[in-house]
Design a protein around this ligand. Structure first.
Ligand code: PMP
Length: 404
């Protein structure tokens, strides 16, 4: 792959930060956007802007066609069987909340169990806490071992006929661990439980085939995949989505409304109340196409090279402890440094134009598991280079010297 050519597709990578060329290593928080995505936003607002689905005029038809084309691209991207299995959401958080509030409220009863894991993002913890509390269901947690992997023997023990849903992250945003979701799904199904996969971090880096995985739900966010913020998708198996109660009420999601009774729209629209982020969904398609053109295998190969190089360089520094040393990882390097607060490191790196994330990464229980307040996290995308990792290592070395 020609990384220089790829970098040229991302206008923001040309900017300076505090007088230095930007080194963007915060891709797990959000990825940068290629010109094709930015152009699509401008094109939408300059040529297509109209509300979708409702109008018969040309702009409304063209906007609707562009908006719906992304659903087909997404269906193909995750190999869903039907386009109506792709529900547009604001992102992963909303997708998980949708399942908790609709499926969860209808199907969970007192004494039922929901299993999550010890490495979940808050967005895959809090919605289940809310619904479990309301329904007097029990939330159970698969623990994490010292290497940052799920302890599957305990998962086997947690699973029972009482388990109604398992909701786990595919790739940990805090450590990069790739979880064995196929095994997790098969074991849950054997007990009659459904499975939701939080794909916020995996959709950019791993091949996703929801039919092969056989997951019941899969949630993702466009902004982690070179696409705009405010757009995402929830995949659900058609028969499960059909049986679920509606989520938000309002325009679009209805068939007929009278004061006596309202009937609801077909899938996927029954879950899509109100005017959506039309421009962002239109611009999500070129992001998907960008990934498809590069090829996930090529992306993964380059990112793996970056990750192993960065791991080696950072480990060489004195007093570094890597958090998350799983055998299977994707694109995230999290670490702490003896005697130095992560936030101070973050500030000093920023002074050199290097963007990393510091803190708990919305995974506070995981930080508690490792008895740390947070980590320094460098997360990589296809446009990052080995030279940028050298800059990170050099910046870290200088920061440590200054802070110790
Ligand atoms: N899960 C994981 C693993 C994540 O990394 C994130 C985003 N940091 C989310 C869920 C939530 O995604 P969003 O904020 O796009 O809704």
């Amino acid at each position: 792959m020609d990384i220089e050519a790829i970098r040229n597709d991302f206008p923001i990578l040309n900017r300076l930060v505090k007088g230095h060329p930007l080194v963007y290593l915060d891709n797990a928080a959000t990825s940068q956007k290629p010109a094709a995505v930015i152009d699509a936003l401008v094109y939408y607002y300059t040529q297509l802007n109209a509300n979708v689905h409702r109008g018969i005029h040309t702009l409304a038809e063209e906007a609707t066609a562009a908006f719906e084309a992304t659903r087909d691209a997404l269906r193909q991207f995750i190999n869903a069987a039907h386009r109506e299995e792709i529900i547009y959401t604001k992102g992963t958080t909303e997708g998980i909340n949708l399942v908790a509030y609709t499926w969860g409220r209808k199907n969970l009863q007192e004494g039922d169990e929901v299993i999550i894991s010890g490495m979940e993002h808050h967005s895959n913890i809090v919605p289940w806490q809310i619904v479990c509390e309301e329904k007097k269901a029990v939330l159970k947690v698969i623990p994490v071992n010292e290497k940052g992997e799920l302890i599957l023997e305990v998962y086997d023990q947690l699973l029972s006929e009482r388990t109604k849903l398992v909701s786990v992250v595919h790739v940990s945003n805090a450590m990069g661990t790739i979880n064995p979701v196929k095994t997790i799904i098969d074991k849950a199904h054997a007990k009659g439980a459904l499975v939701l996969i939080d794909g916020a971090q995996s959709s950019m880096h791993l091949d996703i085939d929801v039919q092969e995985l056989d997951c019941d739900f899969f949630a993702l966010s466009a902004h982690k995949m070179f696409g705009p913020t405010g757009a995402g998708a929830l995949y659900g198996k058609k028969h499960i989505l059909e049986a679920m109660p509606v989520f938000n009420g309002g325009g679009e999601m209805i068939k007929e409304v009278t004061f006596e009774k309202t009937t609801y729209n077909e899938l996927p629209y029954k879950f899509e109340a109100g005017t959506p982020n039309i421009a962002d969904f239109v611009a999500f398609k070129p992001a998907i196409e960008y990934i498809n053109t590069l090829g996930k295998e090529n992306i993964r190969k380059h990112e793996d090279e970056l990750l192993s190089y960065a791991t080696r360089k950072v480990t060489e520094l004195e007093g570094v402890r890597i958090i998350g040393e799983a055998a299977e990882k994707a694109s995230v390097l999290s670490f702490v440094i003896d005697g130095v607060h992560p936030q101070d490191i973050g500030i000093l790196l920023d002074n050199k134009g290097i963007a990393v994330r510091t803190g708990h990464h919305c995974a506070e229980p995981l930080m508690n598991r490792f008895c740390i307040p947070g980590t320094i996290r460098a997360s990589f995308a296809v446009y990052n280079t080995l030279e940028e990792i050298d800059k990170l290592a050099d910046g870290l070395k200088k920061a440590i010297r200054l802070l110790r």
